[in-house]
Write a protein that binds this ligand. Structure first.
Ligand code: HEC
Ligand code: HEC
Length: 432
């Protein structure tokens, strides 16, 4: 288990304890005010957990020290334009918004992302990403801005290259760019297409460029990501029925609990107890932001996705990470990156725990859309199959496990939890 995971777990426990104290005081106050009695009874510990799941506990969007421009309105305006601009693709038809559409939960509802080509993983929603210390299913990026640079050069997504993008910014967005980032660096004479991560010809063209030219291109490319991140951080989840229910329960208001049906409440109880869901899907976004191998079957059995084990290597070698020269952070502000354990066997075929907010609105599920329905996801947990690569953290039926019990869910319990997951749906909120 990495340092980061341990720290986040402790943070969560601390939040539970704080919520516990607040809740005790509120309960006493409620009693004094003679409110309607609670319809559903919960233990003190459960109420504290419910309190920690409320969206408002996510607090203010965390500040990213590696992006000095993320709070600038003009940066967000430029970022919105770039997010929607199909000129930033090889065939002039793909934008970030093609796969992350505001009309469909900022994702695409497909098994694999469809851009210039077909990707290998399921598109993730943009909401909530600002709260995650590591981006993508394998955590190969450590900021929203450096994340945005990935798809632009990915052959299956935008399929472009940074030299072409920087020229496009120069042609179409120069004024907007300069208003945020200051004068555009002198670009000199640039080749048509070039990038250190593109085709053979693009890589050769990149190597042939002067060092100062490469640096200038990288700077503008990084700033494009910073503008996109400024736009993305204004996209978030809104409150769901679960938030109303948790709030009512914490405040001791029986009538407020009626926003959930009895079946949904049964599902919630299973989620917190024998389903063990809360051990990974916890806190206000229903995720521990950590990586786990849960034995989800790979698409290609012969070449299974290595997940976090590969993502970590990429992150540490990424010139656009928090410690890199294009980051605005001081090295001591890159704690997440400096304390990563790189030799942890549990990272093999581990994927990031996704947020469960609005999950009912975005089938199919898992990192490669392997499962089509929430019932299938729950059946997966009840079956807990052996991992094809690495080791599943779940206790498999009939096997002894040091830390976990087998997740046992009957057919009707699976229905209850699936119905409960629907209570996590709320609006998608865009500010500014
Ligand atoms: C072809 C479809 C496609 C396009 C185009 C695309 N994405 Fe994505 N996006 C994906 C897929 C697939 C993933 C998950 C990939 C992975 O984990 O390897 C993803 C992941 C993300 C995430 C990570 C969310 C999280 O919680 O970690 C963000 C943010 C994001 N994309 C933003 C963007 C931006 C910004 C652009 C444009 C520069 C963009 N995407 C273009 C398909 C796409
Ligand atoms: C050991 C940690 C762990 C436990 C326990 C756990 N999950 Fe998950 N969950 C994950 C991870 C990691 C993924 C992503 C796995 C992947 O894509 O390979 C995931 C994926 C999901 C998804 C798919 C979401 C999406 O956007 O694709 C749902 C739904 C879900 N879990 C619900 C539950 C429920 C309900 C329970 C309890 C029965 C549960 N999980 C227990 C870690 C866990």
């Amino acid at each position: 288990m990495s340092h980061v995971t341990i720290r986040l777990r402790t943070l969560w426990q601390l939040k539970v304890v704080t919520a516990l104290a607040t809740m005790l005081l509120t309960a006493l106050a409620a009693q004094a005010m003679d409110k309607a009695p609670l319809r559903d009874k919960w233990t003190v510990q459960d109420v504290a957990t419910l309190a920690s799941m409320r969206l408002k506990e996510a607090g203010r969007r965390p500040f990213d020290p590696s992006n000095a421009y993320e709070q600038r309105t003009e940066a967000a305006t430029l970022g919105r334009a770039l997010f929607n601009d199909t000129r930033l693709s090889k065939n002039g038809q793909v934008a970030c918004a093609s796969c992350h559409s505001a009309d469909t939960q900022f994702q695409d509802g497909k098994q694999f992302g469809q851009g210039i080509g077909t990707g290998k993983r399921r598109t993730m929603p943009v909401m909530g990403a600002v709260h995650s210390p590591f981006l993508f299913w394998d955590g190969r990026k450590d900021s929203l801005w450096s994340q945005a640079l990935g798809p632009m050069e990915d052959a299956a997504e935008h399929g472009g290259n940074r030299v072409r993008f920087v020229k496009l910014v120069h042609t179409y967005y120069k004024e907007q760019y300069q208003a945020v980032f200051g004068p555009m660096p002198a670009l000199g004479k640039l080749p048509e297409n070039a990038s250190p991560s593109g085709s053979e010809a693009e890589r050769a063209a990149w190597s042939a460029m002067h060092e100062s030219s490469r640096e200038a291109v990288n700077r503008v490319f990084a700033n494009m990501g910073k503008a996109i991140a400024a736009f993305e951080r204004n996209i978030s989840y809104g409150e769901s029925r679960l938030d109303q229910y948790a709030q009512a329960t914490v405040a001791g208001e029986g009538r407020g609990q009626e926003v959930l049906t009895q079946q949904e409440v049964r599902g919630l109880r299973l989620f917190l107890t024998k389903g063990q869901c809360i051990t990974c899907h916890n806190g206000p976004l229903l995720t521990d932001h950590a990586f786990h191998n849960t034995g989800v079957p790979p698409i290609d059995q012969a070449k299974p996705d290595r997940g976090r084990a590969e993502g970590l290597k990429k992150l540490l070698h990424d010139e656009f990470n928090c410690l890199g020269r294009y980051s605005d952070a001081k090295p001591e502000q890159c704690g997440e990156l400096q304390f990563l354990a790189t030799n942890d066997p549990s990272q093999l075929a581990a994927f990031r725990t996704p947020s469960l907010r609005n999950v009912a609105e975005r089938a199919p599920y898992m990192h490669a859309g392997q499962l089509s329905t929430l019932e299938q996801v729950l059946q997966h947990y009840a079956d807990s199959p052996k991992a094809v690569l690495g080791h599943s953290e779940l206790a498999r039926p009939g096997e002894k496990h040091a830390e976990r019990q087998t997740i046992r869910l009957s057919a009707s319990e699976i229905q209850d939890v699936a119905v409960f997951l629907g209570t996590l749906t709320g609006p998608v909120v865009q500010t500014k």
